[in-house]
Design a protein around this ligand. Structure first.
Ligand code: SF4
Length: 331
């Protein structure tokens, strides 16, 4: 049986707040050719109002599936997600439609996620039509406001997505996600498809919008380079499992898990005085259909021990607010 996660993962700054989102032992398995693919295997996480939690891992680690299951684009195999204290999986269709206004997603590829045959006005206006909230002149005014909010020219609302650059298209996607005044947004690798020079602009825009609108984000990324600048806390996943969770500074200054250490060693440091040794991981990520026994990272871990193939490491708080699952830290 997988380890039951009972520890709370809140950090001191959040101690007096109630979480907006509580993910409890969430599992999402897919059936493929009579096998089970364990995309998410026991995710437990509180996300507090106004907070950004970064969710990081290589492709295939389950982070996007986790994001989609948390907002119920996928039904879970097991577990709960509480939004304002209520399990969203218990909502009937009509109730869920109301919650959908408050929970939104920004997608990785702004071009693929925007209908090329629709104008910007139609794209951003679609949520108002689906949820029947605004129409006519009021809708048009709100679309203009949203375009200004994301730094686009409202006079361009009759243009089509292909008439914009990649960064501008992502801004259109953000405006669409903001249309219904959401509280919580899953940002699914929103900067991965953009040029490096544009990535910082989009991250800054998301931060600005968070401050203005009090938004809460789950920010999914495949590496640790940009995620530090937006995240209050960062959760690292490997093969469907949580491996480390703490605030951003602790993760960068004192990573505990060997996988996090390897991911961090690949992040360039702008200071030529600091020379960090690159840890190159052996082999590919194993198939989640047949994950390794014991610790799922053991086949690539440079410091694996005998126990690692036999016993799954426990998720535990090694330092205040700093959690990891690794036998090196078990007491
Ligand atoms: Fe490496 Fe063992 Fe820790 Fe897994 S439990 S990360 S294999 S040392």
């Amino acid at each position: 049986m997988p380890t039951q996660l009972t520890e709370t993962n809140r950090v001191n700054a959040n101690e007096n707040k109630s979480p907006l989102i509580q993910v409890k032992d969430l599992r999402k398995y897919f059936s493929i050719d009579h096998h089970q693919l364990k995309a998410v295997d026991g995710l437990t996480l509180d996300i507090f109002p106004g907070e950004t939690v970064g969710l990081v891992g290589e492709s295939g680690c389950g982070k996007s599936t986790a994001g989609r299951t948390i907002i119920r684009l996928y039904e879970p195999t097991d577990g709960e997600v509480l939004y304002n204290g209520r399990n969203i999986y218990s909502y009937k269709q009509r109730e869920m439609a109301k919650i959908r206004r408050e929970i939104q997603m920004i997608f990785q590829d702004p071009y693929a996620s925007l209908n090329p045959r629709m104008t910007v006005e139609e794209i951003i206006g679609e949520p108002f039509a689906i949820h029947r909230t605004l129409s006519g002149k009021k809708k048009k005014e709100r679309i203009k406001e949203l375009l200004k909010l994301v730094g686009l020219n409202p006079d361009h609302m009759s243009r089509f997505p292909h008439e914009f650059s990649g960064g501008q298209r992502q801004r259109i996607g953000i405006a669409r996600a903001l249309a219904l005044d959401p509280k919580f947004i899953v940002c699914d690798e929103p900067i991965s498809a953009l040029d490096v020079s544009i990535q910082a602009q989009v991250v800054n825009l998301l931060k600005e919008l968070q401050n203005k609108m009090g938004l809460t984000y789950l920010f999914i990324a495949h590496d640790l380079s940009m995620v530090k600048y937006i995240s209050d806390r960062i959760l690292v996943m490997y093969l469907g499992k949580m491996v480390e969770l703490t605030d951003s500074s602790s993760l960068y200054d004192d990573p505990l898990h060997p996988y996090t250490q390897a991911l961090l060693s690949a992040v360039p440091i702008p200071d030529p005085e600091i020379n960090r040794e690159r840890i190159v991981l052996k082999g590919d990520v194993p198939s989640p259909i047949a994950p390794p026994s014991g610790c799922v990272f053991r086949t690539r871990c440079p410091v694996a021990m005998e126990i690692c193939s036999k016993v799954e490491p426990k998720w535990q708080e090694v330092k205040p607010g700093h959690f990891t699952a690794c036998h090196l830290y078990e007491i």
